[in-house]
Design a protein around this ligand. Structure first.
Ligand code: C5P
Length: 236
């Protein structure tokens, strides 16, 4: 964690292998992790994960698994064989599913950090009520994070909005990965409540996820370097 680059995760939100490899080539040595999400994984499959891994890069596989414990356990076993460093599951899969994911990861020679996604930030308060959840979204996020922690989870994907509450409640027992980041002056695009890299780090983020502000920059490596500098300056 000492190298500030290790806190920067770039979201490889690109359509295909050639765009992904081009971005990796541009950014190698400038960032800590490459996040491969559902779009790229569904199109290119595990082969691309192995290709990027074999370039010596660290990978966050953002598959947001959510199924019965036995099925998630099998999927985690398959992911472990790919040698990635991080994998997401949905906290709302429940304690048995989360425990199965953690146990399976721990039995691997190279266990990925299993990250639980609490409430999707695309859900409004009204959506959360419609799902039958009692209380506010923030209370739901706190409950899900507590349940995840009790089930063996050590990392959470959270919005910056909930980060201070989660850090106060869970201290260093959980690591926090924060998307929705925009360097000061960058276009917000569809992120309505974005925070700057420095704000996220100051509020307790261990890792930040940045996509378009890096990928769509005229010079992606320079954009990443500027964010890394901001991370370094914001660290306690
Ligand atoms: O381009 P941008 O920086 O907005 O990309 C952010 C990445 O983080 C995307 O891959 C997006 O799916 C992911 N993400 C997010 N907000 C969340 C959870 C994940 O933007 N609440």
């Amino acid at each position: 964690m000492n190298d500030p680059r290790s806190s920067l995760i770039v979201a490889l939100d690109v359509p295909d292998r050639s765009a992904a490899l081009k971005a990796v080539k541009n950014l190698t040595g400038h960032v800590g992790f490459f996040k491969i999400g559902l779009e790229l994984f569904t199109r290119e499959g595990p082969g691309l994960v192995e290709e990027i891994r074999d370039l010596g890069e660290k990978i966050f596989l953002d598959l947001k698994l959510h199924d019965i414990p036995n099925t998630v356990k099998g999927a985690v076993r398959s992911v472990c064989a790919l040698g990635v460093q991080m994998l997401t599951v949905h906290a709302s899969g429940g304690p048995q599913m989360l425990a199965a994911a953690c146990q399976e990861a721990q039995s691997s020679a190279t266990p990925p950090l299993i990250l639980a996604v609490t409430a999707l930030t695309s859900l409004s308060e009204a959506d959360v009520r419609d799902l039958g959840v009692a209380g506010t979204t923030e209370q739901w996020v706190e409950r899900l994070a507590g349940m995840a922690q009790q089930s063996g989870i050590r990392g959470i994907v959270a919005s910056a909005k909930e980060l201070a509450m989660l850090r106060a409640k869970f201290g260093d027992q959980l690591q926090f990965v924060i998307p929705g980041i925009r360097p000061a002056g960058a276009a917000l695009q569809d992120q309505s409540r974005a925070v700057t890299p420095a704000e996220a780090i100051l509020a307790g983020a261990n890792y930040i996820v940045v996509g378009r502000p890096i990928l769509q920059a005229h010079d992606p490596a320079a954009a990443a370097d500027a964010i890394v500098k901001e991370i370094m300056q914001a660290r306690p």
